[in-house]
Design a protein around this ligand. Structure first.
Ligand SMILES: Nc1ncnc2c1ncn2[C@@H]1O[C@H](COP(=O)(O)OP(=O)(O)O)[C@@H](O)[C@H]1O
Ligand SMILES: [Mg+2]
Length: 295
């Protein structure tokens, strides 16, 4: 089993700090990297893959700097970039053979592995179709298959669920949980529900910084005591929307049922609710913004 660690990892682009002093350790299992667009997820992942040199801090694999490990580290690694380039006129099979050759995998091993991966990603029947005829979800699956060619012990997937329809999401979730049992998987997303039933561990990233991390129960406990439900008039609802963080809202009869993130009870009759991952994320997001505003 391997251990992937970042220590005070930092990256600046000109004056813009994309990743700021990020430290964490990953072991086997699925870890979700959650952050809004521009939070620094892709930059962080590219540093983890050794594709981008940090301006500060280190990436360590089993205690050794990845730059020192070189090819030994790359052999452990599988990466699905956020937008991966492919040749539209290649068939799935030809593309995977091409990627296997780039990774310098022996031909007999590669051919057998490609068969396995086509089956694993549900693409066996589409192997001879040109990639330009594939749906977004199918292309993502081809991308995942290429990331798995070398049976990586560390799998880094940048927004792998983007463009997947609900059925494909379920399939992808099952694939990941079976893969995650004996390797490190880090996947990024800006969609909380993508992580709800996949991730063992969550890293929350905002404006380049890691603002929360932990197992799902640990992350949920962050929101404990700050989630409320209440039923109010439409007029009160409009006021609450101006002054509070609203997790959910739905009309019911002549009133509105609201789920609100707040340190104090937001309205008379508001009752505490059990936090869900979405609530914890909203709490962390807004908590940071409040502190920045210097309340
Ligand atoms: N090559 C680059 N040059 C300049 N700024 C960049 C570059 N790559 C990313 N950034 C900036 O760094 C920040 C983080 O970007 P990114 O890592 O792509 O975030 P995310 O993947 O979470 O959307 C953004 O503000 C982005 O504009
Ligand atoms: Mg990104």
């Amino acid at each position: 089993m391997h251990e992937l660690t970042t220590v005070e990892l930092t990256k600046k682009f000109q004056k813009k700090t994309a990743v700021q002093g990020v430290s964490f350790t990953l072991t086997n299992g699925v870890c979700g990297l959650l952050g809004e667009n521009g939070a620094g997820k892709t930059t962080l992942m590219r540093m983890l893959c050794g594709l981008l040199a940090p301006d500060g801090g280190q990436v360590l694999c089993d205690g050794e700097q990845i730059a020192r490990l070189g090819g030994g580290y790359r052999r452990l690694l599988g990466y699905l970039p956020q937008s991966f380039g492919y040749y539209p006129n290649y068939s799935a099979l030809r593309f995977l053979r091409y990627m296997a050759a780039l990774k310098a995998l022996p031909k007999t091993y590669a051919d057998a592995r490609i068969e396995e991966l086509l089956a694993l990603t549900g693409l066996s029947d589409d192997r001879d179709r040109k990639l330009k005829t594939f749906s977004g979800g199918m292309l993502r699956r081809v991308g995942i298959a290429q990331a798995l060619l070398n049976d990586p012990q560390i799998l880094i997937l940048d927004e792998p669920t983007a463009g997947l329809d609900p059925k494909e999401r379920v399939r992808f979730r099952n694939l990941l949980s079976s893969l995650g049992r004996n390797r490190i998987i880090l996947l990024s997303t800006h969609i909380v529900s993508d992580l709800e039933s996949i991730a063992d561990h969550i890293l929350m990233m905002q404006k380049g910084c890691l603002t929360a991390s932990g197992s799902i129960p640990e992350i949920l406990s962050v929101g404990k005591g700050y989630v409320w439900e209440c039923r109010v008039s439409e007029r009160e609802a409009a006021e609450l929307e101006q002054t509070h963080v609203i997790a959910n809202l739905r009309s019911q009869g002549d009133g509105v049922c609201m789920r609100i993130i707040s340190r104090e009870p937001p309205a008379t009759g508001a009752v505490p609710a059990e936090p869900a991952l979405e609530d914890a994320w909203l709490y962390v997001l807004n908590n940071e913004q409040n502190e920045e505003g210097g309340d």
